[in-house]
Design a protein around this ligand. Sequence first.
Ligand SMILES: CC(C)CCC[C@@H](C)[C@H]1CC[C@H]2[C@@H]3CC=C4C[C@@H](O)CC[C@]4(C)[C@H]3CC[C@]12C
Length: 536
Amino acid sequence: MLSEFSEIQGQLKVLCEERSILLDTLRQLEAANIEAESSGIHDGDYQLSKHEYSGIGRGKYSEGSTTESSGDIEKQELEDVSDEDETSFHDTKEHFTEPAVICGSVRGAADHADNQKENENQLDDVERMHGDKEDCYSRYAQIERRKKLPDPVEKEKGVSLWSMIKDNVGKDLTRVCLPVYFNEPISSLQKCFEDLEYSYLLDRAYKYGKEGNSLQRILNVAAFAVSGYASSEGRHCKPFNPLLGETYEADFPDKGVRFFSEKVSHHPTLIACHCEGNGWKFWGDSNLRTKFWGRSIQLDPVGVLTLEFDDGEIFQWSKVTTTIYNIILGKLYCDHHGLMHIHGNREYSCKLKFKEQSILDRTPHQVHGSVEDLLGKKVATLTGKWDDSMYYISGDFSGKLKDCNPSNASLLWKRDKPPSNLTRYNLTSFAITLNELTPGLQKLPPTDSRLRPDQRHLENGEYDRANAEKQRLERRQRMSRKLQENGWKPRWFHQDSENGSFRYTGGYWEAREQGKWDGCPNIFGEFNEELVDSSE
Ligand SMILES: CC(C)CCC[C@@H](C)[C@H]1CC[C@H]2[C@@H]3CC=C4C[C@@H](O)CC[C@]4(C)[C@H]3CC[C@]12C
C-alpha cells in the first residue's frame, strides 16, 4: 500500500515537472509569437525543429529555441535612449511614501506657497479629487456596465495543452496553432482604449487651460500620459492580435469619450486610433519594435501620440520602452522605462523619466520629471509611480527633492482600486467592460473586436471552441500580406504621405447611426481557404 502510494506520488511529481516544462515551452513559443507579430511576421512563419519538441518530451527544453525560430526576423537596433544629459533626478522614495497631499485638481500650482500649513489627510484629498471626477461624469448619461467577466463554462485544462504539444511533435509550426491559453479576452485594439481609462485628467486639463492655468493643464496631461501604464501591472496575458481591417468602437458617454481604432496594417502590425472627449481630441498609431534578449523581450513603441485641445493647444509624446521579464522561467512581469518628452506648442513642455527597475529596488515603477517653460526654466516637479499615483510640486525641486517638505506635494492622479472579482487575467474594472456587448450595440459593424468568435469563446471560458476558432482565423490572417500587396486600404484611416502617420477620415459614427456598413467585410466569417494557400 505504502509503496503503491509512493509510486503514485513519484508519477505525480513527474507529471508536475512535465507540466511546468510544457508551460515554459509554450511561453517561449508565445514570446516568439509576440516578436513575430510586431515585426510583421505572422504566426505561421516558424519552424520548430523535431529536436526541440522531442526535448519537451524528454523533460528538457532548449533555451535558445525562440531565438532560433525568430532567426529571419528583421532585427532593428534600438535608438540609444541616453538620459545622461537630461535632468538629474533624485530618488524621492524617502519623502513620498506617505505624503500629505493637497488636491491638485482644486487649486492652481501657484497658490502653494501660501498653503504649506495645510496638512490634510491624504484620503480626504483623494476623495475630494474623486468628487471632482464624479462632477465631470455626472453631466453624461450613465450606462450600466458589467462588474465581472462571465463565469467560465469549462474548467481550465492543463491536460489538453499537453496533448496539443504531444500531437504536434516534429510538425512544422505553420500547421500548429498556439493555444489561447496565453491570451486575455481583449484585442490590441481594445487595449489601446485602456490608455484612456483616466480620460477625466484630459477633461480637467481642458478646463484649466480655458481658465488660463496652462501649468495645471500640462501637469494633468503628464499625469494622463503616465496613467495609461497602470493597467499593465499584474497582467500576464497577451492581447489578441486583430485581423487586418478589424475595428473597435467605444462609445462611453458616461466618461464623455468616444474612441475608435482599426488595424491598418498587418505587415508591419499597425494600429491607428482616434478619440474625442469634451474639448479635446487624442490620436495616434502604434507599432512595436521588439528585441529578444533571451530571458526578456524589449518592446519599443514607435509612433507619436497627439493630444489637441479645442483652443489649439497641442501636446505630442511617444511611449517609453516596455520590457517583459522572465519569459522563460520565473514570474513574468513587465516594466516601463525610459524618457518621455511631452512637447507642447505653447508655453510648457514636460520631461518624465520612467526609472528602470533594478533587482534591489524597494520602490519600483518610479516616474520623476519636470515642466519647463519656453526658456527651459523648470516651473514644476513631478513625481510618482506609474502603477499608483502622480504628484507635483510647484517650482524646481528636481535637484533638491531631499530638502523639500513633502506636504507641498499635490496629488494629480491616483489609480482606481482593483475589482473585487479578480480573474486570472487581472483585468481592471475598466478593462472588464471593454468586450461587453451592451444592449445599445446592435448596430456594430461586422469588423468589431466584440464579434470576434475566438475572443468571445475565451471570455466565456470555452477553451476548445476558442482554440478551434483561433486556428481558423489565423489561417485567414495569412491572406493579409497578399491583401495588402494587392492594394488593400484601411476603411476609416488615411495614411499621411509625408510622415506616414494615420489620421481618422471620419464618418464612422455617422455610418453607425444608420447601421450602414458598406465596405466593411465580414472578416470573422467563412472564407475561401484556397486563397490562403495561394498566398503562401
Ligand atoms: C508568454 C508571454 C511572453 C506573454 C507576455 C504577455 C504580456 C505581458 C505582453 C504581451 C503584449 C504586451 C503589451 C504590448 C504593447 C504595449 C504598449 C506599450 O506602450 C505599453 C505596454 C504594452 C501594453 C505591453 C504590455 C505587456 C504585454 C501585454
